[in-house]
Structures are given as C-alpha cells and as structure tokens.
Design a protein around this ligand. Structure first.
Ligand code: NAG
Ligand code: NAG
Length: 328
C-alpha cells in the first residue's frame, strides 16, 4: 500500500516524537491544529487536483495542519477504482490500519475528519469501529448517512465506469457479489425493502445499528465526538434522497420526510446521536448548490470553524448561517 505523506509542514513533530517525553503527546491541540483526515467520494482519487487543493486550503486556513488523505491501492487509478469496487468493511479496516500506522496520526491525541459524499459515512464507520486515534470533529458533505434509495450517483457525470457500476447494481443489489464488491450497493437502503436490507446489507445496516443485536461499541465511540456536522446540498439531485445527508428517511411514494429525531435510530439511541444532539454536538447545515458544489469560501469557513487549534476551554463556534457564498 503506497502511503505517501502528503503534507508535512511540521517536520519537528517527527523528530520530537523520537524522544520519550514527546511520545506521550507530540501534538499540542491548544497551539497546533489536530491532524485532518480526509476521505474522498465516488470517482475521486487522492491524486486529483481537487483533493490536493483541499489539503492545501486546510493548511492555509490552519497553519501546521497535517493532512492525511485516505487512499487504497498503489496509484490514483487504483484508489479511484476502490471507490466503486470493494468490500466496504475491508476498506474501513484498511483505513483504520493506515491511520494507526502513520507516525504523526498515531501519536496524535485525536484527529479531525472530513468526509465527502460516501467518504462521510465511511469516516463515521472509522469512528464507530476503530476510533484510534479518536475523532474530535467529524464533518460530512452530502453524505449518505441513511443510504441511497436509488442508484443515481453518476447523474452529473459522463463517467462510463460509474454508469457501468450502476447498471450492474440494478441487477442484484442484494446479491453476494454486489454486497462484497460494489461499493454503492453496500449503502443502498430503500425503506420499501427493509427485509432484504436488514438481511443482506454488508455495510449500512450494520454501521447504523439497525439489526436486532446492537453493537454498543458503535454508540460508545460515536458519543465521544466533540461535534458531528452534517452538510446537505440544497439542490442535490445526485444523492436520492438528499436528506440522507441529515439522517432523514424519505418515503418516495408519499413524499413524507421523517426527521432523525422522529426515528427509532434516534429515539432508542442506537448510535448515541440522541445524546450528542441533547448536548448540542450535532449540527445539521444546509448549503446552496448541487452535489459537491463546494466553494473555497465555504470550505475556508468550515476549516476555520471546526479544524482550528482549540483554545483551552473554548469550543468551536457554528459558522455563520450566511452561507450564501458564490457557487463555483
Ligand atoms: C468483507 O470483508 C470482511 C473483512 O475482511 C469479511 O469479514 C467479510 O466476510 C467480507 N464480506 C463479504 C460479503 O465478502
Ligand atoms: C410510504 O407511503 C405509502 C403511501 O402512503 C405507504 O403505503 C407505504 O407503506 C409507506 N412506506 C413506508 C416504508 O412507510
């Protein structure tokens, strides 16, 4: 697995990590920002210019931020392929290992996490399953926390690979092949097919603790988040339903929207979301634009609000509601 260190603006961290006293906590969150771990979306790769400029922006806004982009395989092409093909359970395990074996990340007291689209629910899975080091703030953009009810993830692209995966998915979402090898199938969740979903979903039904036997560790770990920030794109037509970004359930027939707070996952607190919400640590934000239509101004605002160094005793402030930024 090729794991390059992308941004290393604080080489002294490595040096000081070699001394036993520094090993305990080489990163001082009061003065230096926590490392930022980014998981990109479908069809993207760590080598793409967009990802590189996001890493650069994070460092620009909060100087000294060590940015790590989760990646699979030996090249950008393999990394991109892994957004379509693979077993998500194994990918999350791999990500846990990547972070545990990175010298800077593994010696940090905590990390911040930024997930784009499907990368958002996958980083949440990291927090629930591994959380070593623990996630401080988790920020997701246009993610499918409650799954997708329709395979439209390629809608805005002329990407043949995306379309061929979609075509394959239509034939057997619940087949072993799809559930172990086609990534979007593993977070497919149609409220009209709950039986099949609960029986066959390799990823989402488990990570959302929807099966009878609950995994208490998921709840314990997620409750440790300082903030869980969920952005939804107002004009998102790629993610169906777009409200999945806010953990809502949508009945496609009646058009009825059920807010997270009215769903059993919250009311019976299968994931600790109720606890987080009651402590004002859940944020549901809506931004203009279509899926992943992100502006530099919005990202800067986000990085400043959630990924900056913590002053002792201070908590982050929600970014100003005025997100009427120019769409790029
Ligand atoms: C997916 O990967 C996990 C972890 O490697 C493995 O235990 C599981 O059997 C795999 N699932 C399928 C459906 O192949
Ligand atoms: C969705 O709404 C339709 C029409 O009201 C209803 O028949 C159906 O049972 C609902 N589906 C779910 C999963 O609640």
């Amino acid at each position: 697995m090729g794991r390059k260190l992308i941004y290393l603006f604080f080489p002294f961290l490595i040096l000081s990590a070699l001394t036993p006293t520094a090993l305990a906590s080489p990163i001082q969150p009061e003065t230096n920002p926590l490392p930022l771990v980014v998981w990109h979306g479908l069809g993207d790769s760590y080598e793409n210019e967009g990802m590189k400029s996001i890493a650069q922006l994070a460092e620009e806004v909060n100087p000294g931020t060590y940015v790590y982009l989760i990646r699979f395989g030996e090249s950008g092409t393999q990394d991109r392929d892994a957004t379509f093909f693979g077993n998500v359970t194994a990918q999350v395990e791999d990500a846990c290992q990547q972070l545990a074996s990175d010298p800077i990340i593994s010696s940090a007291p905590a990390i911040n996490a930024l997930g784009f689209s499907q990368g958002g629910q996958f980083l949440r899975a990291y927090a629930q399953r591994c959380n070593n080091p623990p996630v401080h703030n988790l920020v997701t953009f246009g993610s499918q926390h409650n799954g997708i009810a329709s395979f439209t993830m390629c809608k805005d692209s002329g990407d043949w690979l995306c379309w061929s995966v979609n075509a394959l998915l239509r034939f057997g979402t619940w087949s072993g092949i799809a559930q172990s090898g086609l990534v979007p199938a593993q977070y497919f969740r149609d409220p009209e097919e709950m039986g099949d979903y609960l029986e066959y979903s390799n990823f989402l039904a488990d990570i959302n603790n929807e099966r009878v036997t609950k995994n208490e560790k998921y709840k314990e770990n997620l409750k440790k988040l300082n903030k869980f920030v969920m952005y939804m794109f107002k004009e998102d037509t790629t993610v169906v339903p777009k409200e999945s970004a806010h953990f809502m359930e949508v009945n496609a027939t009646s058009g009825e929207h059920t807010k997270l707070q009215d769903r059993p996952i919250y009311k019976e607190d299968w994931l600790g979301l109720k606890v987080l919400d009651e402590q004002a640590r859940l944020e549901f934000l809506t931004i203009p634009g279509r899926h992943m239509q992100l502006s530099g101004a919005l990202l800067k605002n986000t990085f400043r609000s959630y990924f900056g160094p913590l002053q002792s005793g201070e908590t982050e402030k929600t970014p100003e509601a005025s997100f009427q930024v120019q769409e790029s």
